[in-house]
Design a protein around this ligand. Structure first.
Ligand code: AKG
Ligand code: FE2
Length: 311
């Protein structure tokens, strides 16, 4: 068991026997099917049967689940670098990554026009603060303006920024909220916040606008519906904007950062934690496009809530 744990329990390294087994398994997993934007049930069953035969898989699975379900953490980085070196970052590796994530919850793609794994490349012309931009991507949860956001957001690193920057940032949103005054928390519970547009989405409920940042649900069911981007981009009245700024400051005060390596999968439990990205290094124009940072994004839905229309 100690083999699986590193000093920082949110970084999960695999023991050698498990890596060796996963390399074998990954080279023989069948293609997946998708049904109504979710990984199809026959694929789930097939992947599960194959993975659970791997040495020490249960230990790995329970340490991953306990980190993700710990309300004081809520994120994990699974290091699969040695496996991607053997399998490459093509289909075999993606099937294995999908199978591993299926042990947490059901993979799905809320953006109907994208494949299950959505590419987030580096676009020098994009708004710097957005997913594919090169700037600071401020703390947020994904699909914030929906009644039923994905339970987990995951990012698989295919290529880190070759110039050495672009670390992922994480912060526990529940802890940040608990450090705020009661009056600020009251303001955050008002239905007074909005952000972004909502179209072409499936299985995330309805558009939620305006929405409360604090929804009053139990922590493992509700969300801290927050994106720091709304401070710059949405019209908010001054007192509600001030409470949101205080939350943004507390999120930064509690932040940790990880520079994802090739083959790392960052998994964020959106009920507890928010994420973002430090700027990429200057000089991206000198990097050829095929060498620039590339992540793949996938979302997960808890099995217990699939199909619930969610208010
Ligand atoms: O670029 C990153 O590391 C984060 C991207 C992100 O959070 C997003 O696209 O939602
Ligand atoms: Fe995100």
């Amino acid at each position: 068991m100690t083999e699986l744990a590193s000093a920082d329990r949110s970084i999960i390294d695999l023991p050698k026997e498990l890596k060796d087994d996963l390399i074998q398994i990954g080279s023989a997993l069948p293609a997946w099917s998708v049904e109504d934007t979710f990984l199809a049930e026959p694929t789930i069953v097939e992947y599960r049967d194959k993975l659970r035969a791997a040495h020490l898989f249960d230990d790995f699975r329970s340490s991953l689940l306990s980190t993700l379900n710990d309300p004081t953490t809520g994120y994990a980085v699974v290091r699969l670098g040695d496996i991607v070196r053997e399998l490459g970052s093509g289909e075999d590796f993606l099937r294995l990554a999908t199978a591993i994530l299926t042990e947490i919850a059901t993979p799905f793609q809320p953006f109907q026009r994208w494949p299950l794994w959505k590419e987030l490349g580096t676009n020098l012309n994009a708004n710097p603060g957005m997913s594919t931009g090169t700037g600071y991507n401020a703390f947020h949860m994904d699909v914030v303006n929906s009644t039923f956001p994905p339970d987990y957001s995951t990012l698989l690193c295919v290529r880190p920024d070759p110039l050495g920057a672009g670390a992922s940032i994480l912060s526990n949103a529940r802890a940040a909220v608990s450090r705020l005054s009661l009056s600020s928390r009251d303001l955050l519970a008002d239905v007074a916040y909005r952000y972004g547009s909502f179209f072409d989405l499936a299985n995330v409920g309805k558009e939620y606008s305006p929405f409360p940042i604090l929804d009053g649900e139990p922590d493992n069911r509700g969300f801290v519906r927050f994106t720091a981007k709304m401070l710059a981009e949405s019209e908010l009245d001054e007192k509600h904007a001030q409470a949101a700024r205080e939350l943004a400051e507390e999120l930064v005060a509690g932040q940790v950062s990880y520079r994802l390596l090739r083959g790392d999968i960052l998994i964020v439990n959106q009920h507890f934690a928010v994420h973002g990205r430090e700027p990429l290094a200057e000089g991206q124009h000198d990097v050829v496009p095929e060498d620039r940072r590339l992540l793949l994004q996938l979302f997960l839905r808890d099995r217990t809530t699939i199909g619930s229309s969610a208010s």
